[in-house]
Write a protein that binds this ligand. Structure first.
Ligand code: UDP
Length: 249
């Protein structure tokens, strides 16, 4: 067995959806992009890609604009604010694509809001073809609808693409009973059920995203983008919380 086939035999998931929040792209900056952080993140994605895993990405826009908070601060209607938020996710998607290509990863951006001079419009069949041809697919503009979030877009696209798992990269290494920064007694869960997430208001993903994942039995893995290599997560190694159906706690 060659080293490469040995590595591949350790994989638990073959088509994954990685949800990256906008905040993960800004490092310690208050806003925007931290180029080094983005490059490191894309190197981690390249490691997974080189093993032949089919990777879908949904990126948020919170590092640039978040509709709900901006609507309450300005006189903008919520729907207009949300459209601006979706445009922010396109900026992030194009940035990620650039850094992926720099790391020798073929990728395409598909936007739920057509913007045909800079990226492709989202067409499900096309997205699947890109994955089959060995390209990372970055889904931009969330669901394309106001009043939703990119977490819901992540669940939706993961189901449409028949992904094996949703990888929710966060700033913490899993789901805790309370905010670990504020409460030193907070415990981290290894496993949770979808109902646990919904009924305990654990605030890791919004309820519509969790409900979609639950109805379609797609596991959600919550892990730290800073603290854990994505390639380890795909091998079932490292620290994370997995959310599954029928999991007793
Ligand atoms: N958004 C939206 N519909 C969607 C996805 C996103 O209206 O389907 C808007 C919404 O205003 C949101 C912003 O885009 O606040 C950025 O997305 P999100 O807050 O999910 O980004 P993240 O928190 O992951 O950085």
């Amino acid at each position: 067995m060659t080293a490469a086939t040995d590595e591949k035999s350790k994989l638990k998931y073959f088509r994954v959806l990685l949800k990256i929040s906008g905040e993960a792209l800004m490092g310690s900056r208050p806003f925007g992009h931290d180029i080094e952080v983005i490059d490191q993140l894309c190197k981690g994605i390249a490691d997974v890609y080189k093993l032949g895993v089919q990777v879908c990405i949904v990126v948020g826009g919170g590092n640039i604009f978040r509709g709900s908070s901006s609507a309450s601060l300005s006189s903008c209607e919520r729907a207009s604010s949300d459209y601006i938020g979706m445009l922010a996710t396109i900026i992030n998607a194009l940035t990620l694509q650039n850094f992926l290509e720099k790391n020798s990863v073929n990728s395409r951006v598909l936007s739920a809001i057509p913007m045909t001079t800079i990226c492709e419009p989202y067409i499900r069949e096309k997205a699947i073809r890109h994955l089959e041809k060995g390209r990372v697919v970055i889904f931009a503009a969330g669901t394309g609808n106001p009043f939703f979030t990119t977490d819901t877009a992540a669940a939706l696209r993961a189901i449409e693409m028949n992904c094996d798992v949703i990888l929710k990269g966060t700033q913490v290494n899993g789901v805790y009973s309370a905010d670990p920064e504020e409460n030193e007694d907070a415990i981290m869960y290894d496993r949770l059920s979808y109902m646990d997430l919904l009924t305990r208001d654990l605030k890791i993903m919004d309820a519509s995203a969790v409900s979609l994942a639950r109805e379609n039995s797609i596991p959600i893995i919550v892990f730290s983008l800073k603290g854990e290599k994505i390639v380890n997560i795909i091998k079932g190694l490292g620290t994370y919380t997995i959310v599954l159906s029928g999991c007793k706690r």
